[in-house]
Design a protein around this ligand. Structure first.
Ligand code: UGA
Ligand code: MN
Length: 245
């Protein structure tokens, strides 16, 4: 099956570094399409150039965060992009066969994860390392069956999981296309999305050697010593950083 890897991204100083690292990981993954979806109103030429250079089959799209949410102190990050990917896939006259995975641009992926999620028949789950100050977030199994979750924050969620901790078969989107969407609710994106899918506990496929391995890490890159202004990719004027001898 084809892997549909959906990566939300947005302009900041680290963007090209993150996408370069992720692209170089994905170069090792066969039979996949990379959806790189920008939180922007114009396609970034830097992102476009990077995608062309790597020759990974890709779709570059725009799905900016709607303005009503952009003033919030906690923004729902990556949600409009993931919904755009879902809508794009559902809009195909023949929804493709394959497996969908939400891969944020700043996480770290072990190649074994990609071969593992390819087997997803309905929904698969697996541990994610380094979540919210904790060592990991993970499904908990007993005798090979899912009995619960471990996560640093439960927040009354039915599915206390990280975005990087599950993959779904595309068929899951087509069963009730009107209900599948990710809510614009910080902290509840995964939970809301998973609640919109139809599956039972018994359907959950535990990957990463029965959830005993960490093959994806929720990493973040923040260059603390840098100036705090937001880097605009269109801004090539480095005058503000230049001091004459
Ligand atoms: C965690 C989850 O892994 C995200 O999937 C979730 O959307 C987010 O929390 C949330 O609850 O808001 P975290 O590492 O905290 O992720 O967030 P980021 O890595 O900053 O953002 C997640 C994705 O959205 C990234 O791919 C990032 O490039 C993108 N993003 C972030 C935007 O498109 N626009 C933004 O303004 C910020
Ligand atoms: Mn992140």
């Amino acid at each position: 099956p084809v892997l549909y890897i959906v990566t939300p991204t947005f302009a900041r100083r680290e963007q090209v570094a993150e996408l370069t690292r992720l692209a170089q990981t994905l170069l090792h993954v066969r039979n996949m399409i990379w959806f790189v979806i920008e939180d922007a109103t114009k396609c970034s030429p830097m992102v476009g150039d990077l995608l062309d250079r790597f020759q990974i089959p890709y779709v570059q799209m725009l799905a900016p965060l709607p303005e009503i949410f952009s003033g919030q102190s906690q923004k729902p990050r990556g949600v409009s992009q993931r919904n755009a990917a879902i809508q794009f896939i559902l809009s195909q006259s023949n929804p493709p066969e394959g497996v969908l995975y939400f891969a944020d641009d700043d996480n770290t992926y072990d190649l074994r994860l990609f071969e593992d999620i390819r087997t997803t028949k309905k929904i698969s789950m697996f541990p994610v390392g380094l979540v919210a100050g904790s060592s990991h977030s993970s499904p908990i199994l007993k005798d090979g069956r899912l009995v619960g979750y471990s996560d640093p924050w439960f927040g009354k969620r039915k599915f206390p999981m990280d975005m990087a901790g599950f993959a779904i078969n595309i068929r899951m989107l087509t069963y009730n296309p009107d209900r599948v969407a990710m809510p614009f609710m910080p902290g509840y994106e995964e939970d809301g999305f998973l609640k919109g899918l139809n599956f039972n506990w018994e359907d959950v496929e535990a990957l990463a050697e029965n959830c005993t391995k960490v093959w994806v890490w929720h990493t973040t890159t923040i260059e603390k010593s840098a100036p705090t202004f937001r880097f605009e990719q269109s801004d090539t004027n480095l005058q503000s950083l230049f001091q004459e001898l």
